[in-house]
Design a protein around this ligand. Structure first.
Ligand SMILES: Cc1cc2nc3c(=O)[nH]c(=O)nc-3n(C[C@H](O)[C@H](O)[C@H](O)COP(=O)(O)OP(=O)(O)OC[C@H]3O[C@@H](n4cnc5c(N)ncnc54)[C@H](O)[C@@H]3O)c2cc1C
Ligand SMILES: Cc1cc2nc3c(=O)[nH]c(=O)nc-3n(C[C@H](O)[C@H](O)[C@H](O)COP(=O)(O)O)c2cc1C
Length: 783
C-alpha cells in the first residue's frame, strides 16, 4: 500500500506513525513545505483525557511527549485587580516545535519517508498512491481546489488575535482581562516548558483600531502588548514568530473525502484557540482514520467510517469552541460584573464545567460566588443570608410587587385538553400539583383571547365567564396550597390556528371543523395549511380588544402576572419576523414597523393590567433561518418592549417557519437569554433543554438569565423543585402541611446521598498528571 501525506503538521505526522505501525510494509511518505525544525507558534496544549488517548495509541511518542511537558491544574482569571484560581483541570503544555520533532523522530524510526521543503502543488504526482491524506492545515490548498466537492464554510470571526510567546513563567492556564483607554484586551497564556509561555492576545476590531494596532509590524505590536500587559509580564519580554494579527477562521466542511483523498486536522475543520483543541483535534483525526483503516475491508470503506464516525465528535468540539469564542467576542457584556461572577462565567462559558462540578473542585470559589450573588440581593433589599447563602436557584426574585421564593419556573405548555376553551379538572390537577411541587412561578399554557385565536380545538381560552370561573378555581388553588405565583400567558394563534391536537399531528390543519385564520401576511405555514387572511386595521382593533378583555378577566381571576406571547410564529410573532411579515403598510418593513402592532397590544394590556403586577413578553430570539430574526434583533425587540414597560423577557426561539435549522443541545437557547439580558439590560428568563438544577444554578450564577424555566422536565416531574431544594439543602422551601413528613424524609436522605455521591466522585476521579508529577517530585518526609 502506498500512502502520500501532504503536510507535516501534527495531523499528517501522527497519521503517518499510526498507519505505519499498523502496516509496516506500506510505503508511507510525508511531504512538508517547511524545514524540519521550522515552525510557527509556541506551545500546544492537551488535556489529561487527550494524553490518555495518545498513551493508548502510541506509547513511545506518548512517553517522549509527556517527558517534555509542563503540567498545570489551575485556571487563573485576572480581572479588575482580582485573581480567581480553580484547580482540578489537568492540562499539559509542550512546545509545538518539540512536539513536531518528536513526531518526526518517531515516524522516521518506523520507516516513514519524510520530505521537507517540498511544496506540493498538484496531487496528480501521487497518481499511484492508494491513499492521499490532505493534512495541509487551515489554509488547505487542496480543500480549496476541490471546494465544490468538500463544500467548506469559512466563518471569519470579527475579533483580532495574535500568537506570541514570553519567558514569563506561569503556574496556571491564565486569562488576563485588561481594561485600556481603547477598550478591553484579553490574554490567554500558559507555560509550555521551563522559561517559555504562549501568549495569545485578543481584542475586538474597534478596540484594535483605536489602540492604533492597524499597520503595526510584529515587533511594534508586541511592544504595544507589552505596554498593556507590562504589569503582569513582570519585566519579561514578548517574543514573536510570525505573530501577525489575524481573524480566526471557523472552518467546517460538508465532505471530508474525495475519491482516495481525505481531509485531516485544520484542513477539514478548525476549533477556536480559546478551548485549546486545534492540535488535539488534528491528532485525534489521525487516530480515527487509523482505527477506521484497521477495521474496514477496503480503503473506501475506511474513509466512509472515518467521515461518518468522526463527524459528531468534531462537531461537538467545534460547538464548544463556538460557544467559547462567542463568550470572548462579547466579553464587554460582562465587564461590569462582580469579578467573582465574571470568573464563574469564564469557567462555565462552554457548558462543559457546571456549578456542581466546580463546587466539588473549588468549593471556596463557589462559596464566594454564592456570597456575591446573595450580596447583590441584599443590596436590592432582600433579607437573605450572606454567611450561609443559598444556591442561586433558591434565591428570591422580585418583579414589581411580585416576589417569588425561587428561580425555578414552569414554562407555558399547551395541554390541548380544554373543552371549548374551558380548563378542566385535568388543568386543576396539572397546575395544582406543579405549584405544590415547589416551582417559584407557574405559567399557564397559551390561553387564547377568542375562539378563533385558538391553535387547536383543545386550547384553553379566556373570553367568556365559564372560562373565567374555571381559571379562578385554578388560581385560587395555587394561592391557597402553595407559595407559587401564577402567570397568565395570553396569545393568538394567527396562521398556526385551526390545527390538530399535538398528538394528532402538530401544526397540521384540521380536516374538519376548522375556522378562518389571520396573520400579518397571507402566507400559509405548510404549503397545504389554510391561507391566512391578512389582518386589516379593523381586524387589529378586534384582536386588541379581545386581548384587553382577556387581561381584565385574568385580573379578576387573581393571576399574579401577565405574559404576552409574541413567539413561535403565532399572530404577534408573525408581525415581528420578516419571514412572515411582507406587509407594505406601517406594520411591515423595518423592525420598528413590524413591532408596531405587538407593542400596541402590549401597551393596551399594560394600561389595564394593575401597576403593581409585572408583565413579560415571550419572544423567539432567532428564527434559525436565513433572513429571519437574529440575536441582535432580539436585543432591539427586548429594548422596545422594555421601553413600553416590560419587566421580563421570556427568551425562546424558532417555530416561525417550517424550514428552520435550529441547533439543539443542552441549554441551547440560553446564549440568547444571555445576550438579551446583558446587552438590552432587561431581566430574562431562559428555557430550552435545561434539565437539571445544576444547569439552572450554572446559568443563574453566571448572570446569563434571572429565571430558569423548565417545560418538559415538569411534565414528568411535578416535584422537580422540591427535590432540588432537598439536594441543595434549601430547607425553607415551602411544602404544604399535608406533605411535611415526605419533605422531612427527602431532606434528611438528600444530605446523606449528596455526601455519598461527592465522596464517590472524588474517589473515582483519577489524579491529574500535574498531581501525580507533584507527588513524584515531593521530597520524602523525614520519619
Ligand atoms: C499562526 C498560528 C499559530 C498557531 N500556534 C499554535 C500554538 O502555539 N499552539 C497550538 O496548539 N496551536 C497553534 N495553532 C493552531 C494549530 O497549529 C492547529 O490547530 C494544528 O496545528 C492543526 O494541525 P494540522 O496538522 O491540521 O495543521 P498544521 O499544523 O497547520 O500543519 C499543516 C502543515 O502542512 C504544511 N503544508 C501546507 N500546505 C502544504 C503543501 N502544499 N505542501 C506541503 N506542505 C504543506 C504546512 O507547512 C504545515 O506544516 C496555530 C495556528 C496558527 C494559524
Ligand atoms: C407540549 C408542549 C406545549 C407547549 N406549549 C407552549 C405554550 O402554550 N406556550 C409557549 O409559549 N410555549 C409552549 N411550549 C414551549 C415550552 O414552553 C418550552 O419553551 C419548550 O418546551 C422548551 O423547554 P423544555 O426544553 O424545558 O421543554 C410548549 C412545549 C411543549 C413540549
Amino acid at each position: 500500500m502506498k500512502v502520500a501525506i501532504i503536510g507535516g503538521g501534527p495531523a499528517g505526522l501522527y497519521a503517518a506513525i499510526l498507519l505505519k505501525k499498523q502496516r509496516p510494509s506500506a510505503d508511507i511518505t510525508v511531504y512538508e513545505r517547511n524545514r524540519a525544525d521550522d515552525t510557527f507558534g509556541f506551545g500546544v496544549v492537551f488535556s489529561d483525557a487527550t494524553l490518555d488517548n495518545f498513551e493508548k495509541h502510541d506509547l513511545p511518542s506518548y512517553h517522549r511527549i509527556t517527558q517534555e511537558f509542563a503540567y498545570w491544574d489551575d485556571i487563573a482569571v485576572h480581572f479588575r485587580g482580582t485573581v480567581h484560581r480553580v484547580g482540578g483541570n489537568g492540562f499539559c503544555g509542550c512546545s509545538r516545535q518539540k512536539l513536531l520533532l518528536i513526531l518526526q523522530e518517531r515516524a522516521r524510526e518506523l520507516g516513514v519517508g519524510l520530505h521537507f521543503e517540498v511544496d506540493i502543488e498538484e496531487e496528480s504526482r501521487f497518481a499511484d498512491a492508494d491513499l492521499i491524506l490532505l493534512a495541509d492545515g487551515v489554509n488547505s490548498r487542496f480543500r480549496d481546489k476541490y471546494a465544490e466537492h468538500f463544500q467548506p464554510e469559512v466563518d471569519l470571526r470579527a475579533n483580532k488575535f495574535a500568537w506570541m510567546g514570553s519567558t514569563r513563567p506561569l503556574d496556571a492556564f491564565t486569562f488576563v482581562f485588561q481594561e485600556t483607554e481603547w477598550g478591553p484586551f484579553i490574554a490567554h497564556a500558559y507555560q509550555y516548558e521551563a522559561g517559555h509561555s504562549t501568549w495569545i492576545f485578543e481584542t475586538d476590531p474597534d478596540t484594535f483600531e483605536r489602540a492604533g494596532l492597524t499597520g503595526l509590524n510584529e515587533t511594534q505590536s508586541a511592544a504595544r502588548m507589552a505596554e498593556i500587559f507590562g504589569w503582569f509580564l513582570d519585566g519579561h519580554k514578548l517574543l514573536t514568530n510570525r505573530s501577525m494579527w489575524r481573524n480566526f477562521p471557523m472552518i467546517r466542511s460538508k465532505r471530508w473525502v474525495k475519491d482516495n483523498m481525505v481531509l485531516l486536522g485544520d484542513a477539514k475543520a478548525s476549533a477556536h484557540f480559546s478551548i485549546g483543541s486545534g492540535t488535539k483535534l488534528a491528532m485525534e483525526d489521525a487516530i480515527a482514520l487509523a482505527e477506521a483503516m484497521a477495521k474496514a475491508p477496503s480503503i473506501e470503506a475506511a474513509l466512509d467510517i472515518y467521515e461518518h464516525g468522526r463527524r459528531e465528535e468534531v462537531e461537538k468540539t467545534q460547538h464548544a469552541a463556538d460557544v467559547s469564542l462567542v463568550w470572548f467576542e462579547h466579553v464587554d457584556r460582562f465587564w461590569d460584573f462582580d469579578p467573582v461572577q465574571f470568573a464563574f462565567g469564564v469557567m462555565t462559558r462552554s457548558k462543559a464545567i457546571t456549578y456542581d462540578n466546580l463546587k466539588l473542585r473549588a468549593p471556596d470559589f463557589v462559596a464566594e460566588v454564592e456570597k456575591s450573588f446573595a450580596k447583590q440581593l441584599q443590596a436590592n433589599g432582600f433579607d437573605v443570608s450572606t454567611d450561609k447563602p443559598m444556591v442561586p436557584l433558591f434565591q428570591p426574585f422580585r418583579l414589581r410587587a411580585m416576589e417569588i421564593a425561587n428561580r425555578a419556573v414552569m414554562s407555558p405548555m399547551c395541554m390541548y385538553s380544554a373543552k371549548e376553551g374551558v380548563p378542566t379538572d385535568f388543568h386543576l390537577v396539572h397546575y395544582g400539583s406543579r405549584a405544590i411541587g415547589g416551582a417559584g412561578l407557574i405559567f399557564t399554557e397559551m390561553t387564547c383571547v377568542s375562539r378563533d385565536a385558538r391553535i387547536t380545538p383543545g386550547c384553553a381560552g379566556l373570553w367568556n365567564d365559564e372560562q373565567e370561573t374555571a381559571w379562578r378555581r385554578i388560581v385560587d388553588f395555587v394561592h391557597a396550597n402553595s407559595a407559587a405565583k401564577i402567570c397568565l400567558q395570553l396569545g393568538h394563534a394567527g396562521r398556526k390556528g385551526a390545527t390538530k391536537l399535538m398528538w394528532d399531528g402538530i401544526d397540521r390543519p384540521l380536516d374538519e371543523g376548522g375556522w378562518d385564520v389571520v396573520s400579518a401576511s397571507p402566507l400559509p405555514y405548510f404549503p397545504d395549511s389554510r391561507v391566512p387572511r391578512e389582518l386589516d386595521r379593523a381586524g387589529m382593533n378586534a384582536v386588541r380588544n379581545s386581548f384587553v378583555a382577556a387581561a381584565e378577566r385574568g385580573e379578576r381571576c387573581g393571576f399574579d402576572m401577565l405574559e404576552l406571547h409574541c413567539a413561535h410564529g403565532y399572530l404577534l410573532a408573525s408581525f415581528i419576523s420578516p419571514l412572515t411579515n411582507t406587509r407594505t403598510d406601517e406594520y411591515g418593513g423595518s423592525l420598528e414597523s413590524r413591532l408596531r402592532f405587538p407593542l400596541e397590544i402590549f401597551e393596551a394590556l399594560r394600561a389595564v393590567w394593575p401597576k403593581h403586577k409585572p408583565m413579560s413578553v415571550r419572544i423567539s430570539a432567532t428564527d434559525w433561518a436565513d433572513g429571519g430574526i437574529t440575536g441582535d434583533d432580539a436585543v432591539a425587540i427586548a429594548r422596545a418592549f422594555a421601553e413600553a414597560g416590560v419587566d421580563l423577557v421570556d427568551v425562546s426561539t424558532g417555530q416561525t417557519v417550517r424550514d428552520a435549522q435550529p441547533v439543539y443541545g443542552r441549554m441551547f437557547q440560553t446564549p440568547f437569554a444571555d445576550q438579551v439580558r446583558n446587552e438590552a439590560r432587561v431581566a430574562t428568563m431562559c428555557v430550552g433543554n435545561i434539565t437539571t438544577a445544576d444547569q439552572a444554578n450554572t446559568i443563574l450564577a453566571a448572570g446569563r438569565a434571572d429565571l430558569v424555566a423548565l417545560g418538559r422536565p415538569h411534565l414528568v416531574d411535578p416535584f422537580f423543585t422540591m427535590k432540588a431544594a432537598a439536594w441543595y439543602g434549601a430547607d425553607e422551601a415551602f411544602c404544604p402541611p399535608q406533605y411535611l413528613p415526605g419533605k422531612e424524609q427527602i431532606f434528611r436522605n438528600s444530605v446523606r446521598d449528596r455526601q455519598d455521591l461527592e465522596e464517590l466522585r472524588i474517589k473515582a476521579k483519577p489524579k491529574t498528571r500535574a498531581e501525580l508529577k507533584a507527588e513524584a517530585t515531593k521530597p520524602l518526609a523525614a520519619e
